[in-house]
Design a protein around this ligand. Structure first.
Ligand SMILES: NC(=O)C1=CN([C@@H]2O[C@H](COP(=O)(O)OP(=O)(O)OC[C@H]3O[C@@H](n4cnc5c(N)ncnc54)[C@H](OP(=O)(O)O)[C@@H]3O)[C@@H](O)[C@H]2O)[C@@H](O)CC1
Ligand SMILES: [K+]
Length: 496
C-alpha cells in the first residue's frame, strides 16, 4: 500500500515537520534536490547540458539547489527564472544567492525553442510550479511551459509537472509533459489521475526525511496498491469447505441475455466464492447450465414476482451482485427495490440496478453501508444528474461526496478507477486499455461479490481489492494476448 497525497496534506506535513518536529525547511529541500538529481543522473548518459526552469516558490528553490548540485558535478547547467521575483520565498532567495556566488548563469527572460536548440540543451528541468499551484496557468509560466514542451529534449518534473493540479490531475490551462517526475516523499494524487498521469511520464518517489510522525495523527486519505498487496488478503484456511468462502447470489441477465450473468458468476467463482447462484429468467437456464455447470440456477418467469423465492434467496446469500444485464423493466425495478429493502447483507449494485436507482429518489434513500455501487462515468452521470464533463474535473471529490452522502462505497470506474468509502480513497494504478471492453464491468462486480461473501473484508476493502484483482487479471490477459485482443472472459479466467 502506498499513500498518495493532495496539496493540502503535503503542505500540512511540510509544516508539521518544520514547525513541530523542527527540521529546517532548507534541510528538507536539500534532501529533495539531491534525491531529484540522483534520480535524474541515473537515467542520463554522459554530461548533457541542462536548463533548469525555476519558479519563485519553493518548487523553484528546489530547482536552484538542483542547478548547484549539477554544476558541482560538472554538468553544464543554466537557470531560467520564471515569474515574479518580488514574490520569492526566503528559501528561494537563499538558493538564488548561492547560485549567483557560484556564477551559475541565470537568465530572467523566457528561453524559447530556438535558444534551447542553439545552446544544445538536451535535458530540461521543470521546477516552476509544484504543490503551490493555485490557479490557471497564464502569462510567463504558460510561455515557459510551451517552450519546454516544444523542445525535443528529456524533461524532468520536480515534484509534479507544472500546470497539473496535485489534487485532481487536471491540466490547469497548460502543463509540462514530462518524461520523468520525481515526487518528494509521497506520490502526488494528480500524477496518478488522468490526464496528470500522462503528463508525469515515469514517476519516482524519493525519501526527503519526512516521517509518518509528520502525519500528526491524520494519515493521508488516498492510497494505491500493486501486485505485492494481494498477499495481504486474508489467507484461505486449509481446513475448509465450500460454505467457508461464502454464497454469492448473482441477480443478472434478462430474457435471452445471459452473457453478463455468466461473466459475473464465472468471475465470482474465480475470485474464490464457495457457491454461486444465478437468479435469472427461465429462458437463460439452458445456456447458463451448459456454459457454467458449477453455478446453481434459480429462474423466474417474466411478469411474475416470486416473493417466497426471494425470501429464500435472501436467507441463502452471504452477498449479492445485482444488475449486470438485468434490463430496466417493471419486474427488475421491483426486484431492486425488494433487495434494497430486505437484503440484509453486502451487495454490489451494478449496471441496470444503478440505472433503476438513478431514476428513483426513494431507492437512493435506501442506500447505506451494505452497498457497493460500481458505476462507470455514464452511470455516475445519471446517478447524480450531472454531465460527465463536470465529473471528470474532480473525480475524487465527486466519488467522495456520493459515498459520504449515502454512507455507501462507490467504485467510480474509469481508466483510473477510484473507490471511495468512509474517509478513504483507493486509486487504481494497474490495468490497461484492453479492459475497456464489453463485459469487463460484469467481471468486476462478480469479483467484488465474492470478496464480500468471504465475510472478512469491509465493503471498502472488498471493493478496493476487487478492483486491484480485476486490473491485475487484465494485465495478465494483455501480456498474453495483447491489449487489443482482450475480452471480458479472458480477464475472468486470469483472476488469481
Ligand atoms: N519546506 C517545504 O515546504 C518543502 C517544499 N518543497 C517544494 O516546494 C513546493 C511547494 O512550494 P510552494 O508552496 O512555495 O509552492 P510552489 O509550488 O513553488 O508554487 C508557489 C508559487 O507559484 C506561484 N503560482 C501558483 N499558481 C500559479 C499560477 N497558476 N500561475 C503563476 N504562478 C502561480 C505563486 O505565485 P504567487 O501566488 O505568490 O503570485 C508562488 O510563487 C513543493 O512542490 C516542493 O517542490 C520541497 O523542497 C520540500 C520542502
Ligand atoms: K514542477
Amino acid at each position: 500500500m502506498k499513500y498518495l497525497v493532495d496539496s493540502m496534506e503535503m503542505r500540512a506535513m511540510d509544516r508539521h515537520s518544520i514547525d513541530t518536529i523542527g527540521i529546517p525547511s532548507i534541510v528538507l529541500m536539500e534532501r529533495a534536490a539531491l534525491s531529484a538529481v540522483q534520480e535524474m543522473k541515473g537515467r542520463l548518459i554522459g554530461r548533457p547540458s541542462i536548463l533548469v526552469f525555476c519558479g519563485t516558490g519553493n518548487n523553484g528553490a528546489d530547482g536552484l539547489a538542483m542547478a548547484r548540485m549539477l554544476t558541482m558535478d560538472s554538468y553544464p547547467c543554466e537557470i531560467a527564472v520564471i515569474g515574479n521575483v518580488s514574490h520569492a520565498t526566503e528559501e528561494w532567495k537563499l538558493q538564488c544567492h548561492i547560485c549567483e556566488q557560484m556564477k551559475i548563469p541565470i537568465r530572467y527572460d523566457i528561453p524559447d525553442r530556438a535558444y534551447i536548440i542553439e545552446n544544445r540543451f538536451s535535458v530540461l528541468v521543470d521546477a516552476m510550479l509544484g504543490t503551490g499551484l493555485s490557479r490557471l496557468v497564464s502569462g510567463s509560466y504558460e510561455q515557459a511551459i510551451q517552450a519546454m514542451n516544444a523542445a525535443d529534449t528529456y524533461r524532468v518534473a520536480v515534484d509534479i509537472p507544472s500546470g497539473i493540479s496535485a489534487d485532481t490531475g487536471q491540466v490547469l490551462g497548460t502543463a509540462v509533459r514530462a518524461d520523468l517526475t520525481v515526487c518528494f516523499q509521497y506520490r502526488k494524487l494528480g500524477t496518478l489521475l488522468f490526464p496528470g498521469r500522462v503528463c508525469s511520464g515515469e514517476v519516482a518517489v524519493t525519501d526527503i526525511g519526512i516521517t509518518p510522525q509528520s502525519f500528526d495523527a491524520v494519515s493521508p486519505k488516498a492510497f494505491t496498491m500493486g501486485p505485492e498487496d494481494i498477499a495481504d488478503l486474508p489467507a484461505r484456511p486449509p481446513r475448509s469447505h465450500k460454505g467457508s468462502f461464502g454464497h454469492v447470489l448473482i441477480m443478472a441477465g434478462s430474457r435471452n441475455m445471459c452473457g453478463a450473468a455468466y461473466l459475473s458468476a464465472l468471475a465470482a467463482y474465480r475470485a474464490g466464492a464457495g457457491l454461486v447462484r444465478i437468479y435469472t429468467p427461465e429462458e437463460n437456464r439452458e445456456i447458463l447450465q451448459t456454459r457454467l455447470p458449477e453455478a446453481i440456477l434459480t429462474t423466474y418467469t417474466t411478469g411474475v414476482f416470486p416473493v417466497d423465492t426471494l425470501q429464500e434467496l435472501c436467507k441463502w446469500a452471504d452477498a449479492a451482485v445485482i444488475g449486470p444485464g438485468l434490463g430496466v423493466s417493471e419486474d427488475t425495478r421491483r426486484l431492486v427495490s425488494y433487495m434494497l429493502q430486505y437484503g440484509d447483507f453486502p451487495m454490489v449494485l451494478d449496471a441496470d440496478a444503478l440505472n433503476i436507482i438513478a431514476a428513483d429518489e426513494n431507492l437512493k434513500q435506501l442506500l447505506g453501508k451494505n452497498h457497493v455501487l460500481t458505476p462507470h462515468m455514464g452511470e455516475m452521470s445519471r446517478l447524480i444528474a450531472q454531465p460527465v464533463s463536470r465529473i471528470s474535473v474532480d473525480m475524487p471529490a465527486c466519488a467522495r461526496s456520493f459515498s459520504d452522502r449515502f454512507g455507501c462505497v462507490l467504485v467510480l470506474k474509469d481508466a483510473c478507477t477510484l473507490v471511495s468509502g468512509g474517509d478513504q480513497l483507493y486509486v487504481n494504478a494497474c490495468g490497461n486499455s484492453g479492459m475497456a471492453t464489453g463485459g469487463s464491468g460484469d467481471v468486476l462486480s462478480g469479483v467484488i461479490g465474492a470478496l464480500l461473501a468471504g465475510g472478512q473484508l469491509t465493503g471498502f476493502e472488498a471493493a478496493s481489492y476487487g478492483v486491484l484483482m480485476h486490473a491485475l487479471a487484465g494485465d495478465r490477459a494483455a501480456e498474453e494476448l495483447g491489449e487489443r485482443a482482450v475480452m471480458a472472459s479472458d480477464i475472468a479466467r486470469r483472476i488469481q
